[in-house]
Design a protein around this ligand. Sequence first.
Ligand SMILES: Cc1cc2nc3c(=O)[nH]c(=O)nc-3n(C[C@H](O)[C@H](O)[C@H](O)COP(=O)(O)OP(=O)(O)OC[C@H]3O[C@@H](n4cnc5c(N)ncnc54)[C@H](O)[C@@H]3O)c2cc1C
Length: 466
Amino acid sequence: MLTEHFDFIVIGGGSGGYAAARTARETREKVAIVDSAQSLGGLCILQGCMPSKTLIYSSEVLHLAQKGKAFGLDIPAAAINMPALHLRKLDIIKEFSDYRQAQLESERFTLFRNRAKFIDHKTIELDDGRQLTADHFMIATGSTVSVPALPGLSEAPCWTSDDVLELDFMPEKVVVLGGGIVACELAQFLRRIGSEVIQIQRSASLLKDFPPMAAVTVERAFLDEGIQLYTNTKLQSISYAANEFTVNFQHQNEMLTIRTPHVFNALGRRPASGQLGLDKAGIETADSGHIICDAMQRTSNFKVYACGDVTGPYEVVHLAIMQGETAAKHATGRPTHAVEYDSKVSVAFTDPQIATVGLSENQLKERGIAYFSADYPFDDHGKSILMEAKYGYVKVYADELGTVLGAECVSKDAGELIHTMAVAISLSAKVQDLVKVHWYHPTLSEIWSYPLEDIADELQTTGGVN
Ligand SMILES: Cc1cc2nc3c(=O)[nH]c(=O)nc-3n(C[C@H](O)[C@H](O)[C@H](O)COP(=O)(O)OP(=O)(O)OC[C@H]3O[C@@H](n4cnc5c(N)ncnc54)[C@H](O)[C@@H]3O)c2cc1C
């Protein structure tokens, strides 16, 4: 069989893969993309960021409407219209996926709608038997839902996030397994559309990768909204019979059993690296299945790069894109730089949202960096009080010269507000400069000026490190 050769082949046309293909195509003629999905677009557009944020935003509007009285409004019983919500989501997603499909199908690339695997160090085989070689490859195959080894879990017909995002009816009762970002975002969505929600989390708090004060704030909001929360648990087993799940778990030395028509498995995702024939190409993976890469995203086979969820270390779209661009520039011999994670932004689209940027307090301590910090609560801030958005706080960390190293924001629209500090960190701005910004009143953003002023004052009075 004739083997076709390309300058650059990308396996997986999601966010990371498309970014790599587009970047490689800037200087190379023959760029191919191989994607086996029935619908093109990747996780972010089809089953991740965009559908989830579309639904979450609608549920926030509903929540505000239901709180009408607090705003001095008389809104007659606001309620969810699930078929309409579902259709709106489909319409919005179609617009994004049509656009991405057109980009992938453009004549700038050769698109193969196939599954691919490596058969040696420089050749992939498609599921129709065709073989392709390339100067360089990019693996951008993403991730799949993980099903941990829990008795009964793999046999029980639990929902994944894909199923929750496809709902066109309001489920009466759902048990949510897990306390990560996807679990929390969709648990609150389900609660807000009217479901009884019971969330079971192994760790002592939800959202354990975020600062403890942030997680506690979200937990308080969840409890206030009526989510039944069990933290510090140990799941024992799950079974399914006669249209009913039985979930057994240990909580505070007690064995508890919950019966429910629906279970949402939000226990995490794993890299989609298992079916790629990586051993044939000399590509090493970590125990987690993540493809091991160097700073230029090169795998242990230097002709092959990886980006996005399949390599990590974070399952976030903008990082997948940055990694894809870095890799493609490196593969095509152009100047580039490693993706820098010390100024990383993270957002959980709960309400209040959690957003962080830069180094966390734990990282500052681990690295032995002396720092100043100050925080300020939203329940003492003009704009958030008039918006009835009083959960949360902002916190800023700066070094002994005043350079901002990290920030936390828990609030309504924290995912927007954090970008002020993201810009500050990217530009190595100092608190002494940031206090001179024209912070407009009354805005949510002006809340940053309080911790910035506190740190600036402290630096001036102490002239040193605390
Ligand atoms: C519910 C949910 C909400 C999320 N919300 C956010 C958010 O708000 N913000 C954020 O930054 N991130 C969010 N994420 C994470 C984000 O969606 C992912 O990190 C990102 O989309 C991963 O992109 P990727 O390019 O690595 O992989 P993907 O977009 O998953 O692309 C992988 C592609 O590879 C193809 N493929 C796989 N194996 C093969 C093969 N062997 N041969 C050919 N093709 C193959 C697949 O068909 C797929 O198209 C969310 C995720 C979920 C599940």
